[in-house]
Design a protein around this ligand. Structure first.
Ligand code: TXA
Ligand code: MG
Length: 352
């Protein structure tokens, strides 16, 4: 067991001395969790192969799933990537810093373990003072997957990180809540046209406004397990975002969804199972079950995204056996929300 220290910092105005303590840990090859605008990341010096190997170990992460490299200056891309296509430059200008990760052909400065043996590298510049200050002070790109145990919902608070990783990492920079709540959008710009591999904090619609054509990888909207060979992004094929409870996702028009969920809740409860429901503000009062929580308004999917991982963890903490979740529209942030919910359900999807 490691001693994990928790360092509190102001999200807007982080104390440089506190961040320096964390940066020194990174420079020594240690592991530091830190807030970003999407979710908390678990950071290691991306150019230190030993540190990155320890990062995989701490998360129990499969070695074939590379982390994202976080930079504090967009110009770093020209060192990490072998080539930077014009479309990537347009996306960087428009969305960096921010919740967009770009996959490039990899240069040879990045150790093999960091890219899990692939010939591409994923890079992003986060929009969070604590993350940016940490990267600058560490003087290296920081490899950072989400700071959860592999397979668990991503952490949106330092407390979530602590629950998963206390004793396994050196430090947690606690900068409060991650405001977007789902991870960055991953776009492969090593292919033409660029391909969206994971929906996230930057919407598909916004990407298309900047570069016109963007393809959606079939995994993004998959309603069932797709074969592994089709996985362009290694993370796609691993079980993800799953709480302990079984998740059942009910999709369709709202009235049909609410009556189906209430019917399922009744039948599970008759079997003596504790039932949780992930509802929305508009439907919350339609249900009676052991634990009913609202993700937010159906008319504000950004808020739904913000609450999603926290509520999956909260339902788990109530020890429910089943979580019945409402589907939301696949537009805007809804695409990322539905991608996470479908994966969390292990594709137990009911069309109402
Ligand atoms: O918002 C985020 O992206 C957060 C914060 C901490 O920045 N990070 C995050 O990292 O979600 P992680 O490791 O949980 O997810 C990274 C995703 C995985 O699906 C991985 O397979 C994909 O990016 N990825 C990484 N390198 C890749 C590459 N070379 N080609 C394709 N996909 C890649
Ligand atoms: Mg993750």
């Amino acid at each position: 067991m490691k001693q994990t220290i928790v360092l509190k910092v102001d999200a807007e105005n982080p104390d440089p001395e506190t961040v320096k303590t964390a940066a020194e840990i990174i420079q020594r090859g240690g592991l530091v969790a830190f807030p970003t605008e999407t979710v908390y990341g678990l950071g290691a010096d991306a150019l230190n192969a030993v540190a990155v190997a320890a990062l995989f170990e701490a998360k129990n992460r499969p070695l074939d799933n590379p982390p994202i490299l976080h930079v504090a200056d967009a110009r770093e891309v020209y060192t990490l990537a072998k080539e930077v296509p014009r479309q990537a430059e347009l996306l960087m200008q428009r969305f960096w810093p921010g919740p967009l990760t770009l996959v490039f052909k990899c240069s040879n400065v990045v150790p093999e373990v960091t890219v899990a043996g692939l010939d591409t590298v994923a890079v992003r510049m986060p929009k969070h003072k604590v993350a940016l200050t940490l990267i600058k002070q560490s003087k290296c790109p920081i490899a950072a997957p989400s700071a959860n145990l592999s397979g668990k919902p991503s952490p949106t608070t330092a407390q979530h990180v602590y629950e998963d990783l206390n004793g396994r990492i050196d430090a947690i920079l606690d900068g409060g809540n991650a405001c977007i709540g789902v991870e960055s959008t991953v776009v492969d710009v090593s292919v033409d046209p660029p391909m969206l591999l994971r929906p996230g904090g930057t919407t598909f619609e916004a990407l298309k406004q900047v570069i016109g054509t963007v393809k959606l990888h079939p995994f993004v909207q998959a309603e069932q397990e797709l074969s592994v060979e089709k996985a362009r992004s290694p993370g796609m094929k691993h079980k993800h975002y799953a709480p302990k409870a079984e998740v059942v996702l009910v999709e369709g028009a709202v009235p049909a969804v609410t009556s189906k969920i209430q019917e399922l809740a009744q039948s599970y409860m008759l079997k003596g199972l504790k039932v949780g429901i992930l509802a929305t503000d508009e439907t919350q009062t339609c249900y009676s079950a052991d634990v009913v929580k609202s993700l937010g308004s159906r008319f504000n999917l950004a808020i739904v995204a913000q609450n999603l991982f926290r509520l999956l963890r909260e339902e788990d903490a109530e020890n429910v056996a089943v979580i019945l979740a409402e589907g939301v529209p696949l537009e805007g942030m809804g695409l990322a929300v539905m991608n996470r919910l479908r994966k969390a359900s292990g594709y137990r999807i009911i069309k109402a």
